[in-house]
Design a protein around this ligand. Structure first.
Ligand SMILES: [Ca+2]
Ligand SMILES: [Ca+2]
Ligand SMILES: [Ca+2]
Length: 211
């Protein structure tokens, strides 16, 4: 498919044998070699969301669509798998930072974080704190120079030190549950929101669908 040499590029460290297995799974599910936004949402059982939640998922999709052609190809797919399975906390936090920095200007402002928490609330239901309270809490804790913007450095340093904040971040989009959905194939309608409730199991286990 002409992807073989790019699979070996620097930041992708999924072993060849595993890569092949993922390739087969991906091509079985998406014979064209491309996953559309609609298919991404279908895979995760995330149709019919309200506008805010929907925009949040669009943004997630965009962070995986690295060449910005509107599709997730196999290389982008395996990079996402690699991020979820293998990368360290710092790399994951970089991904979340990119997710929250919706205008892409290299810092997260209060409105961006507020929008994100409102989307999370729309996805996960009412939380203990309101989106406004969450936003203020995060800025109070990790906006070190108090300028109302979170730089990548403030974000990573702050999150690494604070388990409670990290949990909030993980809740904003649970990567490990996404992986489980990918491994097990499309979700039946009855389990529409199963990816949202994490039980922490199954990470790193690659299961092939039976033919
Ligand atoms: Ca793409
Ligand atoms: Ca920004
Ligand atoms: Ca700051």
């Amino acid at each position: 498919m002409g992807n073989s040499e790019s699979i070996a590029s620097d930041h992708i460290s999924v072993p060849a044998q595993e890569t092949y297995m993922w390739y087969r799974t991906f091509m079985m599910e998406y014979p064209s070699g491309l996953q559309t936004l609609h298919e991404f949402k279908t895979l995760l059982g995330l149709q019919g969301l309200n506008q805010k939640a929907n925009k949040h998922i669009d943004q997630v999709y965009n962070t995986f669509d690295m060449n910005k052609d509107g599709f997730i190809d196999f290389l982008e797919f395996i990079a996402a798998v690699n991020l979820i399975v293998r990368e360290k906390l710092e790399q994951k936090l970089k991904w979340y930072f990119k997710l929250y920095d919706t205008d892409g200007n290299g810092s997260i402002d209060k409105n961006e974080l507020l929008d994100m928490f409102m989307a999370v609330q729309a996805l996960n239901g009412q939380q203990t704190l309101s989106p406004e309270e969450f936003t203020n809490l995060v800025f109070h804790k990790i906006d070190i120079n108090n300028d109302g913007e979170l730089t990548l450095e403030e974000f990573i340093n702050g999150m690494e030190k604070d388990q409670d904040l990290l949990e909030i971040v993980y809740k904003s989009f649970d990567l490990s549950n996404v992986l489980r959905v990918i491994c097990n194939g499309k979700q039946p309608d009855t389990e529409t929101h199963s990816y949202l409730s994490s039980d922490g199991a199954g990470l790193g286990k690659v299961k092939m669908k039976s033919p």
